[in-house]
Structure formats: C-alpha cells, structure tokens
Design a protein around this ligand. Structure first.
Ligand code: GRG
Length: 293
C-alpha cells in the first residue's frame, strides 16, 4: 500500500507493478531453491516498501519514469530485507517474529538465514547494475549505495547499536544520534538520493534533498522507537526494553517538543521548493513521526 503522505503522488497500482517486475526478475535468476524460497518469503511479505516508495518519490520530483527506477527500488528493498534477517538472528536481536510471521532463522534455519542475507545484499548490486542509466552515473550511485549499506553506513550503525547503545556503556544523546543515523538513516537517505545520483548527479537541489533525507532518517527511527511502545505492530512488542533509545533521554513531552522543532527546521530548509513538493515532503516527515498514533 502506498503510505498515506504519498497517496496523491504515487499511482495506486505502482507497488503491485513494481512487485510483479521484481518477482519476474528474480524468477530469471539461477538461485539455489532454498534461497529462492527465502527470498520469496521475505521479499513478498507484508513489508511497507517504505524505501522503494522513497525512490519513487524522488523519481516523481525529478520526473523520471517509474519503470526506470524499479532496479533501484528493488536493490534498496533487498538490502533492507537482508538487514532485517540478520538483525533478527540469535547473535543479534534474537527476534522470534518479523512482520507478524516467524523470523527467517526460525522458519528455515540459522545458517540459511545468514546465507540468504548474504545473497540478498550481493544480488541487490546485481539488480541495480541493470538500471537504464549512463554507466558513469550508475557507478556513482552504486558507490554511494555501497557506502550507505556497509561498514561506513548501516553495518557500522549495527555495530554501534550492539556495542555502544547499551546501558553499561552509558551512551550520550550524540552517540545515539550517530548510531541511528547510520543504522536506520543511511539506507533511508540513500533511497531518497539514488534517483539523483543515477539520473541527475549534478542537480542543484541535491544538497538540500540530502539535508531533508538526513532529517527523515532520524525521524523514522524516532517513530520506530515510539511504535515499540505500542501493541499490534507486527514486531515483538517492547523489544527495545533495556535498550538505549530516544525515550531514554527524552520524556514524551520533550520528545514531542524535539519533533516539533525538527519539523520547523525542515520546513524552513524546504522554503524555496515549489509548494506542492514542500507539502509532500513535510507530510512525509510528519507521518514518520506520528505513525505510532
Ligand atoms: C544486520 C547489518 C545489519 C543491520 C541491521 C535496519 C537494521 C540494521 C535493523 C533493524 C532494527 C530496527 C527495527 C530498526 C528501526 C527502523 C527500521 C529499520 C524498521 C523496520 O523497517 P520498516 O518499518 O519495516 O520499513 P517493513 O517491515 O515495513 O519493511
């Protein structure tokens, strides 16, 4: 389903067209049958397709036909799914459920969950290589995506989450922000920026979009921390108990204040954008912060 802030922007049929395309692409690959089963289990479940929708949103802004964006959108969704499978492993979050169903290591096996994650990450780059774009631009886009996903991005954030965001390390708010910006924010930022890097790497609004993307990444994590306090979200309720989150530092009213000031900051950042674009970007930011309600 198209998320509410993007309903007037992205066509209703877009996600089903994208999913049908991704399914066909993957069907062409000579995957091991055990991996194919896991790819289908994880990629075609009830995920929101948040990151693909960010790719499409920027594509809408840049007026790139959606079809041309499918490999980019597929790549970020595959990297996201790999990260969830690995995050759920006993050595990491030891989660039982994901999206209301058994986590991959429980439904299949732990070794296969590790290997399926490895496969999804690598195959994401196989997929993105098929994007119809200038090879030089695509190379730039691939380098940016690799940096966002790897040891300078999401993987670094996960290491920080495991070894820094624990009560015994007594992390401060700056550490929390840095770790979350890497763990959750880096892939969200990359999803929004991929169409720029791939099709318009010298676009004059790239820097401003980058600042917006960074704010959106942080707000998505804040929204996720708040969701954790609610039941019926499909993930293990209160899994974050005992972990350091934004709620560790800020009371609900302080967090509310923080979100409002962040919203105002982004509102002025986007001042020079056309009104209809500014509205969509601000609606999206608000949705990420308020989706727990
Ligand atoms: C294992 C290298 C590695 C990284 C894991 C993303 C991540 C890093 C861990 C997930 C932990 C988590 C719950 C983070 C909060 C934000 C987040 C990524 C939520 C899940 O993403 P959604 O809401 O999920 O897009 P769906 O199921 O809709 O795809």
């Amino acid at each position: 389903m198209i998320i509410p802030p993007l309903t007037g922007v992205l066509p209703e049929s877009l996600l089903s067209e994208f999913e049908a395309w991704l399914q066909l692409e993957i069907a062409k690959w000579d995957l091991h049958p055990r991996l194919r089963e896991i790819y289908n289990y994880t990629l075609f479940s009830s995920g929101k397709r948040f990151r693909p929708q960010l790719v499409f949103l920027t594509g809408w802004y840049l007026e790139v036909p959606f079809q041309k964006l499918f490999p980019l959108a597929g790549a970020v969704e595959m990297i996201h799914n790999y990260s969830l499978i690995h995050d759920d492993l006993p050595a990491m979050d030891n989660a039982l459920e994901r999206r209301g169903r058994a986590a991959v290591h429980l439904r299949f096996a732990e070794d296969l969950a590790i290997l399926a994650g490895d496969g999804l990450l690598t195959d994401a780059f196989f997929l993105i290589a098929s994007t119809p774009a200038l090879p030089g631009n695509l190379l730039i886009a691939i380098a940016h995506l690799a940096r966002a996903a790897g040891g300078q991005g999401m993987v670094a954030g996960q290491v920080g989450d495991l070894y820094e965001l624990i009560p015994s390390q007594n992390p401060d708010e700056a550490t929390l922000r840095r770790v979350h910006r890497l763990k959750t924010g880096a892939l969200i930022e990359a999803s929004l920026l991929l169409p720029f890097w791939t099709f318009f790497p010298h676009h004059p609004e790239l820097t401003r979009f980058q600042e917006y993307a960074s704010a959106l990444g942080v707000s998505y994590q804040i929204g996720d921390d708040l969701l954790d306090e609610c039941e019926g979200t499909g993930k293990d309720y209160h899994r974050d108990k005992g972990k350091v989150t934004y709620r560790t530092f800020l009371s609900p009213s302080k967090l509310q204040e923080y979100c409002q000031s962040e919203y105002r900051r982004v509102e002025s950042l986007l001042g020079s954008f056309p009104a209809h674009v500014r509205k969509v970007l601000l609606d999206l930011l608000r949705w990420t912060l308020e989706r727990h309600r």
